[in-house]
Design a protein around this ligand. Sequence first.
Ligand code: APR
Ligand code: ZN
Length: 264
Amino acid sequence: TESVPEDVVALVRDARRVVVLSGAGISAESGVPTFREVQRGLWERFSAEELATPDAFDNDPALVWTWYRWRQSLIDAVEPNAGHRCLAAWQEHLSAQHGWLAVVTQNVDDLHERAGAEVLGHLHGSLAAHRCADCGEPAELPAPRYDGFTAPPTPEDPPGCESCPDGVLRPDVVWFGEMLPAPAFDAAAAAIRAADLVVVVGTSGIVQPAASLPLLGLERGIPLIEINPEETGLTEVMDFAIRGRSGEVLPRLLSAAGVPTGRR
Ligand code: APR
Ligand code: ZN
């Protein structure tokens, strides 16, 4: 990992209204398989693309339901990493100075929250949230019925809706071909337009419309920083691209800028 350029440190030190757009890469160091890696193990005969669709759920609700509960068990089994903790600490630091840091994530895991950060929007929904596939009512689920989700689907899966007679619950995530939750997207766009710094962490910048959000910052001449070990679809519009892992770069960047890193 390269050292952090001085002008990036200065941007971080002087920023008061920050938007961080995160993707699967920020959770990679927690051991969460990225979307396309999740096909290993129990579910390798399925591709994520064929399970994360409305048709797959209509065809076999119990199968898709069990797959998502299994993915939730993977998240429950890991911890937030230094990257998540840095963003939570930076958010707290700015709030104490009448500034703010908005976390906008494409991730469906709750690791930002478990690190102590407020999340402005989950652009692709949340594994931990459920809603009725028919009437749309949100549903609170009791703790997972079976640990590790190695158990097969049961006849009750997916659970029925308590607000309508025939509805069943689905994960409150955005499936391929579905629209993003407008409130989350609109809040993210408004935050970027008001920001004085945008940091894009751990996303390949391929999936739209999330990948178009940093361009709102570009239009307004707001500094854009990317943190990613590899080049992405957004690298060319970045003012600075730091090649490294978020769990290593963020602690070093914040320390150099005199911002707490949330280290225990
Ligand atoms: N630190 C920072 N970035 C990392 C790290 C790390 N330790 N490890 C990997 N990355 C980067 C990869 O280089 C890649 O650019 O994280 C990015 C992960 O890209 P994707 O797997 O495409 O994840 P993401 O961009 O979040 O995907 C967007 O597409 O799969 C669907 O809905 C799903 O929300 C997801 C969306
Ligand atoms: Zn219902």
